[in-house]
Design a protein around this ligand. Sequence first.
Ligand code: SF4
Length: 198
Amino acid sequence: MGEEKKSLLNIHSYAGLAKERGESGHLYHPDSAEPSPMVQMALTEKFLDLCRANSLWPMTFGLACCAIEMMCLGMARFDMSRYGFEVFRPSPRQCDLMIVAGTVNKKMAPAVITLYEQMAAPRYVIAMGNCAISGGPFATAENYNVVLGVDTLIPVDVYVPGCPPRPEGLLEGFFKLQEKITGQRYPFPQFRPPKDKA
Ligand code: SF4
């Protein structure tokens, strides 16, 4: 237990793992699923999923230019708080969503895995922008230091393509994630036509 705790705090302990996963070029799937609760009740789970989907807490975490678009989503014009996605948390232990916004280079890869491991479960990942999805404009033979897709390091739930994607694109990624968690897309009040025009 002590050893396990220590390794969760030590980025360098993930260096070998990051190298192995990054160089395999395969999508990363966890060997074993997250342990499920001993007692499960379908209705309670459904209710909890509804709560989770409508109060996603992202981590304060940006890697490159895509992070600027991500920040825009939190500002007044787009205001992601309207949908319950709320404030970016300063610690991975308070988050359940990682938005990988930017280029993941091989030096950063162990830190990305460490932060993911420190997040509370159930946890979700959005790969934002072409760099996070596939290396983007840096996926060239000459560029030896870019991870060709963060999904080789950690499991990704939603991909938001673009270089960079606009804030609306990321917002759509959030809606897709909500759909994935609850199995339905929410008709948000502001998207409903007025009653007299319906
Ligand atoms: S996808 Fe484009 S905008 Fe986003 S981090 Fe890469 S180069 Fe920058």
